[in-house]
Design a protein around this ligand. Sequence first.
Ligand SMILES: NC(=O)C1=CN([C@@H]2O[C@H](COP(=O)(O)OP(=O)(O)OC[C@H]3O[C@@H](n4cnc5c(N)ncnc54)[C@H](O)[C@@H]3O)[C@@H](O)[C@H]2O)C=CC1
Ligand SMILES: C[C@@H](CO)CCC[C@@H](C)[C@H]1CC[C@H]2[C@@H]3[C@H](O)CC4=CC(=O)CC[C@]4(C)[C@H]3CC[C@]12C
Length: 369
Amino acid sequence: MAGSAEARKLVYLVTGGCGFLGEHVVRMLLEREPRLRELRVFDLHLSPWLEELKTGPVQVTGIQGDVSEAHEVAAAVSGAHVVIHTAGLVDVFGRASPETIYKVNVQGTQNVVEACVQTGTRFLVYTSSMEVVGPNIKGHPFYRGNEDTPYEAVHEHPYPHSKAQAERLVLEANGRMVHGGLPLVTCALRPTGIYGEGHQIMRDFYHQGLRLGGRLFRAIPASVEHGRVYVGNVAWMHVLVARELEHRAALMGGQVYFCYDKSPYKSYEDFNMEFLGPCGLRLVGTRPLLPYWLLVLLATLNALLQWLLRPLLLYAPLLNPYTLVVANTTFTVSTNKAQRHFGYEPLFSWEDSRTRTILWMQGMDSSAQ
Ligand SMILES: NC(=O)C1=CN([C@@H]2O[C@H](COP(=O)(O)OP(=O)(O)OC[C@H]3O[C@@H](n4cnc5c(N)ncnc54)[C@H](O)[C@@H]3O)[C@@H](O)[C@H]2O)C=CC1
Ligand SMILES: C[C@@H](CO)CCC[C@@H](C)[C@H]1CC[C@H]2[C@@H]3[C@H](O)CC4=CC(=O)CC[C@]4(C)[C@H]3CC[C@]12C
């Protein structure tokens, strides 16, 4: 979408703009935000593809930095009209220490909020997660819930705990006076499990399937529904929210929105097979091949091994007690809050989302294991 030079006046900052979701947000902004003049992409590691984006009408500025460093964040935020804060340490496998997770996710978010206040940036969109709600460690189902559905959110794992703390910081900052005397307007988006082009865990399952001779083995009952949402639609929601916060501050400020689209309700594994199947993999078993108690045992063993081996090497398999509970607990969303508050409709149908993801997977080098 082309915008005339006069209409281009806004400066956006996307933190974590080189990540899986961040890249889609960056590209979506360039395609669908005609008022954009400058797009700042802030990340710990800048990706080479940023260079290609520098030839268009929008000034794209890569900023290598760390959200946990307040001065780096303040320098990047200064002069931005809108901040989309997607940067985060996404780790439920024990790769990073809890301290590092808090430093990036909580302190990093606090730094973003303070930078907005100090420099006079008025609009802040935070990428939260369904994980701030659940599934909880008790395995309570959340079936087609919405933003108002009561649920006992109990967090013991550092990732959901840090995301919940960060979300609270962002929402509590709504209405704070920023430099210049106007109120900060914030809101949080809570994606369910995101999938699509660039999804690392999908890549991991694909390569695991290839190693196992084109097979994956069912571990989760098909009846357990896990919420999923296409990355392009999550990015589109971010773009829309960022745009509409200014016009609907009273309605949207301080609100949370689940990210949703028309992706079908399925188990985590059955959903993955929508893409892995057309890439030649097969899910073996109509029921889990191992009894649940054995999976719990294996997950506990993995956690124990991780702890024992930590001084020597990093052992971080996909299966641990936390991921087992998340994958084994029904958690699905059914809401239209984003449609009611800011007119969101998914940009990509389920068929498009599926096709795009399959094409991306088929284009991956299958030997790159
Ligand atoms: N992947 C998923 O299924 C879901 C992700 N989310 C949230 O979406 C956001 C993006 O996640 P993904 O794209 O999946 O993860 P990702 O790991 O692909 O992207 C995160 C980006 O943040 C950057 N980053 C990490 N630490 C940083 C630091 N200290 N300073 C600056 N940048 C830093 C990374 O370099 C990376 O580019 C995260 O906030 C995550 O919590 C929410 C729900 C689901
Ligand atoms: C038991 C295994 C047998 O195949 C399967 C293990 C799958 C898990 C690695 C994933 C199941 C559910 C995923 C999480 C979920 O989609 C919600 C998430 C939200 C976020 O904000 C970050 C990612 C994640 C925690 C996601 C991580 C991978 C799973 C636990």
